[in-house]
Design a protein around this ligand. Sequence first.
Ligand SMILES: CC(C)(COP(=O)(O)OP(=O)(O)OC[C@H]1O[C@@H](n2cnc3c(N)ncnc32)[C@H](O)[C@@H]1OP(=O)(O)O)[C@@H](O)C(=O)NCCC(=O)NCCS
Length: 174
Amino acid sequence: MSTEPTIREAQLRDAEAIGRLHARAWKTAYRGILPDAILDGITEEARIEQRRKALREPFRPDVVNWVIEDEGTVRGWASTATARDDDLGSETFELLAIYLVPDDVGRGYGRRLMEHCVAEGRRLGFAEMTMWVLAGNERAQRFYAKAGFVPDERVSQEEFGETGALKLRMWRTL
Ligand SMILES: CC(C)(COP(=O)(O)OP(=O)(O)OC[C@H]1O[C@@H](n2cnc3c(N)ncnc32)[C@H](O)[C@@H]1OP(=O)(O)O)[C@@H](O)C(=O)NCCC(=O)NCCS
């Protein structure tokens, strides 16, 4: 990181960079966690289209997408909203997604994005924050633990093609 990175709200024009890094991050971070057939079937084009649609018509009105940019390049993406789980009240903020370009992992961009999302939750008056993480994604779990999150005992079985994967929820106060 040679300049000070900036974090800003994503625009429709960012769909390409976000979709591309999302596809690449899945193929890298979820290898060995999700089946190869699922990961090999992911294309950057499909993820770009998915992001375009989500930026045009967010699945909930309060979803905000953030990008971290450095030297004119998008390095990562995060998404936040009011938590969606039935057992949580409206005072809970959720990190819906956080993904970096694989080559940019470990350079402090994740930490900056996380700190931004935590600050945003506080600014909006939320009392606590959660996120879901795949059970085998140990790097992300370590990263969240360093940012003050602890597993809150909620687990969920997600369908991925013909197989399933376990997700854990993590939580912190704001
Ligand atoms: C998860 C992910 C975003 C984390 O980003 P990262 O680049 O690995 O993390 P950073 O380099 O910014 O973190 C730097 C350090 O600060 C820690 N840290 C991060 N946020 C922190 C915070 N708010 N307070 C204190 N420490 C923090 C990190 O654990 C790390 O510690 P270390 O240097 O001792 O290892 C990144 O690894 C990634 O994109 N992974 C693939 C996609 C993925 O798994 N996403 C999560 C889906 S649930």
